[in-house]
Write a protein that binds this ligand. Structure first.
Ligand SMILES: Cc1ncc(COP(=O)(O)O)c(C=O)c1O
Length: 389
């Protein structure tokens, strides 16, 4: 059988190698502490589950859901956004429900790129950003994120011939995996740059609520309130622990929203209405559960960073997101994959190798804080034995 060439760039997936290494560790009888995936272990708020359970009993929610049927959810999204950022959003033309934000960011390049066009992506970055560009037949220009630039890209470094053929730029702050944050001033620069070079500005914003210090992370639309070039992606997976329910939304420029809706109309019939009802409840209801999520991740961050520093692995205290991005000790500085495989096979502690997020992620590993402090501390004890052993 001959399959499409576009599959080949999708095959290099370090997470599949990690999956095998985790299985091997389990088969060898190790108790695996999995810090390799950013899948929240915290519960979905009870009122959300109750709403979904009630919807399940209502047969009118069981059929295909056309765009019109998503109106109540889109209104909840628009209200939520206006309350948070003070920018008016039209739920009819500027909001689109998604089956998880990953689905949206992966489909958007099909609406923006012609084959051969460039997308400017963060390196390291979230793997589906690159995957979507490959599926659309586009080319990737990786913008390296370096510690000395606070893990922000330097727009001036993008070569002119690339810019001439570029159609979109993808940003995402608070950033996975580096946990870096960006200011409104940075987004203003990005908007000006995208306007100058006729680029669509995409902002993937799953960690909108997960910040521990300072002011709230800004929305890109605060720098582009008229929504001239920007589209922003949100998810219910992090703030409301709804990862398995697959629900997110895009907000932004009406032409981009319409184009993405056109692509999606080929592929899906929207998320199940009961889940959209639950998501509306989450967005419009009591927001205390979000504060609890933030507090839980803050405690985990503090316990984990303190423990790592105690064993002599100095890492900065992240200000946002649910990860710790750690520069590897010198011995492994160019071998994050080997470090991750050996660590899980010898100790059962699974981490994400930095190289899995792009070339500039090499030399780092990402710890997802998806366990309670005691388990995180046990993980650090095992890491200490591995590093010093
Ligand atoms: C940057 C980024 N985008 C998207 C996602 C996936 O979100 P969703 O569950 O809505 O697809 C994640 C999940 O970790 C992420 O870190």
């Amino acid at each position: 059988m001959q399959l499409a060439d576009r599959l080949s760039p999708l095959q290099a997936n370090v997470f599949a190698d990690m999956d095998r290494a985790k299985a091997k560790a389990r088969a060898a009888g190790l108790d695996v502490i999995d810090l390799s995936l950013g899948s929240s272990d915290l519960p979905t708020p009870a009122p959300v589950l109750d709403t979904i359970a009630r919807s399940l009993q209502d047969p009118s929610t069981h059929g295909y859901l056309l765009f019109h049927g998503t109106q109540a959810f889109r209104r909840s999204v628009a209200q939520w956004y206006e309350r948070k950022f003070g920018i008016a959003v039209d739920p009819e033309t500027e909001v689109l429900p998604l089956i998880g934000s990953q689905e949206g960011t992966a489909h958007l390049p099909l609406a923006v790129l012609n084959p051969g066009d460039f997308a400017l992506l963060l390196d390291p970055g979230y793997p589906s950003h690159a995957g979507g560009v490959y599926l659309a037949g586009g080319q990737i220009y990786p913008m390296p994120l370096l510690a000395e630039n606070n893990f922000l890209p330097v727009f001036e470094d993008v070569p002119t011939p690339v810019l001439a053929q570029a159609r979109m730029m993808v940003l995402s702050y608070p950033h996975n995996p580096t946990t870096a944050t960006a200011s409104i001033a940075f987004f203003q620069k990005a908007v000006t740059f995208c306007e100058q070079h006729n680029l669509v500005l995409v902002h993937d914003f799953p960690y909108v609520d997960l910040y521990f210090e300072g002011s709230a992370p800004p929305s890109v639309l605060q720098a582009d309130p008229e929504k001239r070039v920007s589209i922003e992606f949100f998810t219910m997976s992090k703030s409301y622990n709804m990862g398995g329910f697959r629900v997110g939304y895009a907000i932004g420029n009406a032409e981009l929203i319409r184009a993405l809706r056109q692509i999606k109309a080929v592929v899906d019939f929207n998320q199940y209405l009961g889940i959209l009802n639950g998501a509306s409840e989450a967005l419009t209801g009591d927001q205390k559960p979000v504060a609890q999520v933030v507090e839980t991740f803050r405690q985990r961050r503090d316990a984990f960073v303190t423990a790592l520093n105690r064993i002599g692995w100095e890492v900065p205290r992240p200000q946002a997101a649910m990860y710790v991005w750690a520069k590897l000790p010198d011995r492994w500085s160019n071998h994050s994959m080997q470090f991750a495989i050996d660590l899980v096979e010898q100790t059962g502690v699974a981490v994400a190798p930095g190289s899995g997020f792009g070339k500039s992620g090499e030399g780092y590993v990402r710890f997802a804080l998806v366990h309670d402090p005691e388990i995180l501390e046990t993980a650090v004890d095992r890491i200490a034995k591995f590093i010093n052993g």
